[in-house]
Design a protein around this ligand. Sequence first.
Ligand code: BMA
Length: 375
Amino acid sequence: MKNTFFLFTYLLFSAMMAACSQKAVVEKSQSEQLAERLQTLVQRGYMMGHQDDPMYGVTWEGTYRGDSAELGRSDVLATVGDYPAVMGFDLGGIEMGDQKNLDSVPFTRIHDELIAHHERGGIVTLSWHPRNPLTDSQQGGTFPQGSAWDVTDTTVVKNVLPEGSQHEKFKLWMQRVGDFIATLKTQDRQPVPIIFRPWHENNGSWFWWGQRLCTDDEFRGLWNMLQDYLTEDRGFDNLLWSYSPNLDGGWTEERFMQRYPGNDRVTLIGEDAYQWGTEEDFKAALNADLTFLSDFAKKNGKLLAMTECGLKNMTDSTWWTRVLQPIMDQYPISYFLLWRNYKEEYFGPSPELPCATDFKKLYDANNVLFLKEIK
Ligand code: BMA
């Protein structure tokens, strides 16, 4: 009798503990689960990422022009036999209610590819190049008029903040972003976890939210307005917020903190790092920045990534293994994301290019992770 009582109590207790731990698992948001996954993966190396990977390539126009035979195609897949671990897509144009984004990719395809990549075990990230709210109606003029790169007026951020002349319009823009994010669900209706990376390269002055285009307070106001809208008003807990300024070469704690949204608002820090000038300058700047950023990430418990990077048109076919890889090997980065492969401007590999050989070497490295290695 006594034994039965103990057994009963033990079983009841075990069942309660199991229920509690299951509840704890269920209660973790999609973005928290993604952060944990990234923390685990970074122990093994860094993931390879590519912008617009399944949309078009160096030699093909892609499904976005309506050729369904090219569904599933990818320059990275064609080069090494595996998809990138991370795929990036851009929301630019969603704010206008456009059917296609700024690079002519239909939002329906972005929707489908983003979910497909998540469902095949990959990780996805979204950036946003919204048009200039003051001049967007003049679109169709000469680039950059009306675009994210239209920096003629330095009051845009001020004008989209509460009480600004464009605030009501900007609320609609945020709503359209939210409406799109709300559709990003798996077949079993689970929200897809997304590394969300707004207001990027903000230490440069080429976007309307850039360094010389707004004060520190205005920038924070812009960040907080979008974040509070999406997380509080819309309740999205599947967004992992990423803060990614541009390659700087001279970060100090003080300068970095000027526009850093805050530890409670950011889970991943990183930067966009392209080699536009000499290899020496690039290496020096990137090493300096990654030294600062990895230290900051460690002290503040943040994930670290090279949120965009590349050498335009791979003018040096051994750049990945000779320049980039030795630097990335030294820092605890979660991923690097090569920018898009477009015929006039490509940053990734393609089988017929001389850089394909170098990319295969990168693929062979044990600490460079592609899709099959992170599933
Ligand atoms: C830039 C360039 C542009 C493109 C934009 C958004 O870096 O690649 O051609 O429109 O990103 O993808």
